[in-house]
Design a protein around this ligand. Structure first.
Ligand SMILES: [Zn+2]
Length: 152
């Protein structure tokens, strides 16, 4: 289910972000994104959406997944954690997916989650709403850590 109550419950002092579900549109390679709070609006699906409270955007559908899959709650938890980080972590920012992306999927994943905000969001989302994708990503990261240990 695409709603934020189950997450907002985890941090009652936090002003909940707005949530917008984009139907049938793929947000690059990800199923969600987060806008930090700023006075303004973004245009999504031809509509102006306020970013004043912070905004989570979830891509509803792409070729392989639908709204009811495990992926949607996981993506929601990941982006919600970025909202939480905005108010609770002083240093650094999450990454933009595009910057880590290369033809090598496994390497791209490992590189992306070297960002501590992304790693934190990955662990958080996998803890409360695990899905096949985060399971796979964590296995890539674990394998990479083992390889690094062996080559040291
Ligand atoms: Zn993220």
């Amino acid at each position: 289910m695409i709603e934020l109550g189950w997450l907002n419950h985890k941090a009652k002092d936090l002003t909940p972000p707005a949530l917008f579900v984009v139907e049938g549109l793929v947000l690059g390679f990800t199923s969600g994104c987060y806008y930090r709070p700023f006075r303004g609006e973004v245009v999504l699906d031809g509509r102006c959406v306020s970013t004043e409270r912070g905004l989570i955007v979830i891509s509803g559908l792409n070729e392989s997944r639908g709204l009811d899959s495990q992926e949607a709650p996981n993506a929601l938890a990941h982006e919600w954690r970025h909202h939480w980080q905005t108010f609770n972590v002083r240093r650094g920012l999450p990454s933009h997916w595009g910057k880590s992306w290369s033809a090598d999927y496994e390497n791209s994943i490992v590189k992306f989650f070297k960002n501590p905000h992304e790693m934190d969001a990955l662990l958080f989302s996998h803890h409360i709403a695990p899905c096949e994708t985060t399971r796979l990503w964590l296995s890539f990261i674990q394998k990479n850590m083992q390889m690094n240990k062996e080559t040291q």
